[in-house]
Design a protein around this ligand. Structure first.
Ligand SMILES: [Zn+2]
Length: 369
């Protein structure tokens, strides 16, 4: 964050500030997001009325991301900032604070009905290596979690849809915004990040039932003339998400196993939705290489669970995963929690999720293709 601080001072000193975005007729409304998949979702609802700009570029990990001056420029052109929230993209507070105008923010983890999952209770730093290994060896813990996941799964279909929920979401967001302004210190943000798993967008049903309705309401609030347009597009996208969910199920039904090893712990929501069981993750903290002891544990976990592939990701170096897979005679299969607008196979939310469902299907078959 220090780096951003000094860059901001440079920008301010060079006299750049002051462009307040006006919504000229015929011009799309500017929206920024932190991660690409959230931009995909906003774009599905906003269509031609919005111009959505994700700040974290393709191939970058949001876990290690730091904003640069051009990000502040993007934010200052926008009317709405849609973030993951829960401390995951706490850097957005600083950008918003430095922007030349008051910017409406929607923090999706704070939306009513989203039901964020607990994250691993992890602390950044080296001294926790033993703790991590001990936690992984504790089989009981893992089974317990799997059982809890199954239970929650049953409750999901009863989740409500519709406008009542949208209103709740909206109020909740205002609350979240105040909270962020009041207590936006980096420390607090990081603590929240440890507590909750941010990767909710990898569950299409959460996106359908909690995220899309609240995005519709926020776009309407910022651009009331688009009300009918946003509602229609929101409804259409939600219907397609129902179809997507069924397609993902069909892809995964072909798999012979439900057990996976992830590169970083991004797939808990996806796994809960589709009854997949996480055996282990290579990087307990995204961007941190495992210790030799952890590598040994991973190899023996993979053998014990008869896992035949490790899921790797474009944002993090696959080298260590390839070594581990080599040790137990497995392969690596690429999945992508974030997407890339430049790759047609991952350039929309639905394409990205199907790409991942197919990749999981291959990994759970123990085959590359
Ligand atoms: Zn992640």
């Amino acid at each position: 964050m220090k780096r951003l601080g000094s860059l901001l001072i440079t920008i301010i000193a060079s006299g750049w500030m002051g462009a307040v975005p006006a919504l000229a007729s015929g011009q799309p409304m500017g929206v920024v997001t932190s991660v690409i998949p959230v931009a995909y979702i906003v774009g599905e609802v906003g269509g031609e009325r919005v111009e959505v700009d994700p700040l974290i570029p393709p191939g970058a990990s949001p876990h290690t991301f730091e904003p640069v001056p051009s990000d502040l420029r993007k934010v200052s052109r926008a009317r709405l900032f849609v973030v993951v929230g829960g401390g995951f993209d706490a850097w957005s507070d600083k950008l918003r604070g430095a922007a030349s105008h008051a910017l409406e923010t929607l923090a999706l983890m704070e939306v009513s009905g989203l039901k964020p999952l607990e994250g691993e209770d992890h602390h950044h730093g080296e001294e926790h290596g033993e703790e991590k290994a001990a936690a992984r060896e504790n089989e009981d813990h893992g089974e317990h979690k799997a059982a809890a996941r199954k239970e929650e799964h049953h409750g999901h279909e009863q989740e409500h849809h519709g406008h009542e929920q949208e209103h709740h979401g909206h109020e909740q967001e205002h609350h979240g915004h105040e909270h962020a302004v009041r207590g936006g210190s980096e420390k607090e943000g990081e603590e929240e990040h440890e507590a909750l798993d941010p990767h909710f967008w990898l569950d299409p049903i959460r996106v359908r039932d909690s995220v899309v309705p609240v995005v519709v309401e926020h776009l309407i609030a910022a651009d009331p003339e688009g009300k009918g347009y946003y509602r229609r597009r929101g409804d259409d996208f939600r219907n397609r998400l129902t179809a997507l969910d069924e397609q993902i199920r069909r892809e995964l039904d072909k798999a012979k196993s439900r057990k996976y090893i992830a590169f970083h712990d991004a797939w808990t929501y996806f796994g809960e939705r589709y009854d997949l069981e996480k055996v282990a993750v290579v990087q307990e903290f995204a961007g941190e290489e495992p210790t030799p002891g952890e590598v040994a544990n991973l190899v023996s976990s993979a053998r014990a669970a008869r896992v035949e592939a490790i899921l790797v990701e474009p944002q993090l170096s696959p080298r260590v995963a390839q070594t581990i897979a080599g040790e137990f005679g497995g392969e690596t299969v690429l999945v992508d929690p974030l997407g890339d607008p430049g790759d047609p196979a991952r350039s929309t939310y639905e394409r990205l999720m199907l790409y991942n469902a197919r990749a999981f299907g291959r990994a759970l078959q123990g085959k590359q293709n």
